[in-house]
Ligand binder design. Sequence first.
Ligand SMILES: Nc1ncnc2c1ncn2[C@@H]1O[C@H](COP(=O)(O)OP(=O)(O)OP(=O)(O)O)[C@@H](O)[C@H]1O
Length: 300
Amino acid sequence: MNLPVQTEGLTKRYGDLTAVRDLDLTVRAGEVYGFLGPNGAGKTTTLRMLLGLVRPTAGTVRLLGRPPGAGQLAQVGALIEGPAFYPYLSGRENLRVLARYAGAPAGRVPLVLDLVDLADRAGDRYAGYSLGMKQRLGVAAALLKDPRLLILDEPTNGLDPAGTADMRQLIRRLGAAGCTVLLSSHLLGEVEQVCDRVGVVSRGRLIAEGSVADLRGTAVLRVLAEPLDGAAERARDLLGADRVRVVDGALELTVEPDRAAWLNTELVRAGVAVRELRPHERDLEQVFFELIGKETADVR
Ligand SMILES: Nc1ncnc2c1ncn2[C@@H]1O[C@H](COP(=O)(O)OP(=O)(O)OP(=O)(O)O)[C@@H](O)[C@H]1O
C-alpha cells in the first residue's frame, strides 16, 4: 500500500539554522494526522518540502508512494498560508476560476461549497466573508481536485472561537468521509479533538508520535473511598503496590478504565465504601510541556 506521506531523514538547513532535522514522518491512508509543535518548530518548512515548494538539504519525501512530482501533486490539496482570492468575486466565482486553472470539473464547485458549509453564502463577495469563511473557502479550493491527501497549515490560526469550531467540525467531517488529512497546529486542543494520530515536533525534530491516548500514557482511575487506608491496601493486593498511589485524599490507580466495574466490586467486597470512581486523564498539555521542555513556553 502506498502511504500518503513518508519522509526519511528529511532535513532543511538555512545557513547555521537547522529548521527541520532528520525527520521520519508517516501519514497513513484515511487518518487525520496532527503535526503539533510550537511556533518556529519547523512545521511549515516541512509541509513546504512535502509539496516541493522548498528543496530539502537532505533526506527524501514520498507522496502517495512517489517523489513529489507533478503527477503526485495533482492528487494533493493544500492550504498553506492565507489563500489568495479575488475580493470582488463571490466565493462561487472564485472557485470556478480556480477549477478552470486546476483542470477540475466545474461540477466540483457546488460539491465543495456544500462540504465546507458555504453553499448559502456562495453568491456573496469574498471581501465580505469573515476570516473563518475565507479559511473554509481555502479548504474548498484545496478540495477542488478531489485530492487523495489534504495538507492544512494551521487552519484555525487567527480564527475566533466560532470560526475555530466550524473549522474543527469541517476537518472531522472530512476525516469521517475517509479523506487523509495532514494538519499542522500549535494548539493541543485542536489536535486532541480532531486527530487520529499526532506527531510532536520541537526545534525541527519529531520527538514523539502516537495516538492522543498513547501520548497521554497509561490510564489512571481516581477513586474516592472510605476508609482510604483499607481501600489502598486492597487495591495493592489486587493490582500490585507500584500501581497504587494516594494523592490528595484519593487513590490513583494505574489500570485500564474498562476494569473499573471489577475494581469497584472487589473494593466493596472488602468492606470499602466507594464514593466515586472515574478515569483521570493525564493532561495532554502537561505531557506536551514535558516533551518539548520549558524553554518553548509560547505553546498554548
Ligand atoms: N526562508 C527561510 N530562511 C531562513 N530561515 C527560515 C526560512 N523559513 C523558515 N525559517 C526558519 O526556520 C524555522 C522553522 O520555521 P517554520 O516556519 O517551519 O516553523 P513553524 O513550526 O511553521 O512555525 P510557525 O507556526 O511560527 O510558522 C524558524 O526558525 C524560521 O525562522
